[in-house]
Design a protein around this ligand. Structure first.
Ligand code: ATP
Ligand code: MG
Length: 314
């Protein structure tokens, strides 16, 4: 939302206006327009997020003292299960300023810049409170990949992040840090302790898979005989993203059949209504299922569940 960005440049009156301007360029889309209903399943995660992010805004008097809301929230789970999507819903539905920042844009090149950028981010957040700072793939800050200077920069961002989250706990400005990761195991203890609310985003169960198929095929015609229950049963172990790929692939199949063997000229002559009327058949699904296999392994899942047992919270 470009207008908001410009406005916030004006509002910022901290000590580093040039860094604030740089950061605001990096802060990504602020209103992605994803609704609660666009997410299949995950009702527990939705409930917890509402409780942490929305209720304290609605009844601040209640959320005092021991009921003080958690300022650090972690969503974790296998790839393609809707973590980033959930954050986008928070952005759209929670009515807070949403700052979507990537770890790499907090890592500065020169000495001390990483700390200043991180401080600056929180200054911007406080200016616009209530604010959600979303940090996707937060494990990046703890990984030792990349060059030595990169590693050093992310270590500094992490240290400053910890200081800043501690600061939030002593302030009555409503700023929440929402972080997401596929590698919760790589977070160190210090960072983990600041992300007190930890929400597991598992692979979709049967009911959620059915819901997800319906969401994906909202605008598409189904041929008689399409059995969504059967597709949902056959996709045990698929992530939401895998399942979306299956639906997408199946939805193209009718078109593929229609144009196969035709010349470009012949394809041009197919009428629009004929194309739009192609419906998805059960065979399309079965073909797609043969092609697209689940990307998350059972060992991966075990690893998440083990971490959940040890460090999870609800
Ligand atoms: N529960 C869900 N409801 C609706 N769509 C979903 C769901 N889970 C996954 N998807 C689909 O999968 C795509 C990828 O989801 P998303 O990017 O949120 O995954 P992620 O958990 O952030 O993955 P990664 O850990 O790899 O970043 C979404 O754009 C959406 O199409
Ligand atoms: Mg993601």
């Amino acid at each position: 939302n470009a207008e908001e960005c410009i406005e916030s440049t004006v509002l910022y009156d901290g000590p580093h206006p040039e860094l604030a301007a740089k950061l605001e360029k990096e802060i990504l889309e602020t209103n992605p327009g994803v609704k609660w209903d666009d997410i299949a399943g995950l009702s527990e995660a939705k409930r917890i997020l509402q409780e942490v992010m929305v209720l304290p805004l609605l009844m601040p008097e209640y959320f005092q003292g021991i009921r003080r809301p958690q300022r650090g929230v972690l969503i974790f789970g296998p790839s393609g299960t809707g973590k980033t999507l959930l954050a986008k819903v928070v952005a759209t539905e929670c009515g807070t300023t949403f700052l979507n920042i990537s770890c790499s844009s907090l890592c500065g090149d020169c000495y001390g810049e990483s700390e200043r950028l991180t401080q600056c981010l929180f200054e911007i957040a406080r200016t616009h409170a209530p604010t959600t700072i979303f940090i996707d793939e937060i494990d990046y800050l703890c990984s030792s990949k990349g060059s030595a200077t990169e590693h050093e920069a992310s270590r500094r961002v992490k240290a400053e992040l910890i200081v800043q989250i501690d600061g939030l706990n002593n302030s009555n400005k409503m700023v929440t840090v929402l972080a997401a990761t596929n590698f919760p195991q790589s977070l160190d203890e210090a960072l983990r302790r600041r992300l007190k609310k930890r929400i597991y985003i598992p692979l979709p169960d049967f009911k959620s898979r059915k819901e997800l198929i319906k969401i994906n095929l909202k605008s598409i015609k189904l041929a008689p005989g399409v059995n969504i229950d059967q597709v949902a049963r056959r996709t045990e172990g698929y992530s939401g993203d895998d399942l979306t790929k299956v639906c997408r692939d199946a939805s193209f199949n009718g078109m593929r059949l229609k144009i196969s063997g035709k010349t470009t000229e012949e394809i041009k002559n197919i009428s629009k209504s004929e194309i739009l009327n192609i419906s998805i058949t059960m065979d399309d699904f079965l073909e797609a299922l043969d092609k697209i296999k689940p990307t998350v392994s059972a060992t991966d899942i075990q690893r998440y569940e083990k971490w959940l047992l040890e460090f999870g919270s609800s």
